[in-house]
Design a protein around this ligand. Structure first.
Ligand SMILES: [Zn+2]
Length: 86
C-alpha cells in the first residue's frame, strides 16, 4: 500500500489506528456474504446443516481478502478526507 495517493498526495494513513473502524465495514460485508450464501443454498438445494456451516465459513474465508481491502478503501473514502475527483 502506498503511503500517499500518487495523484493528489493525500495521506493513506492519516492517523495511528485510522483503519480500526474499517473492521465494522468488513463485518457488514462478511454478514452480507453469509446471508447471500445461506439464501442461495436454501433456495437452490436446502442441503443438510453441515453443508450450510461449511459453505458459510468457506465463503467468509475466501471473501476475506476482498473484504479486507474493500472495507479499508471505503473507510478511507468516507473518513480519510480523500476525494476521487481531482
Ligand atoms: Zn488522490
Amino acid at each position: 500500500m502506498h503511503n500517499e495517493c500518487p495523484v493528489c498526495k493525500a495521506s493513506f494513513n492519516p492517523e495511528p489506528g485510522f483503519y480500526f473502524g474499517a473492521l465494522f465495514v468488513s463485518y457488514a460485508f462478511t454478514v452480507a456474504i453469509m446471508v447471500a450464501v445461506w439464501l442461495a443454498l436454501y433456495v437452490l438445494a436446502n442441503p443438510p446443516d453441515w453443508v450450510y456451516a461449511t459453505a458459510l465459513v468457506l465463503g467468509a474465508v475466501l471473501f476475506s481478502p476482498i473484504s479486507f481491502r474493500l472495507s479499508r478503501v471505503l473507510w478511507l473514502y468516507w473518513f480519510g478526507g480523500h476525494r476521487s475527483n481531482s
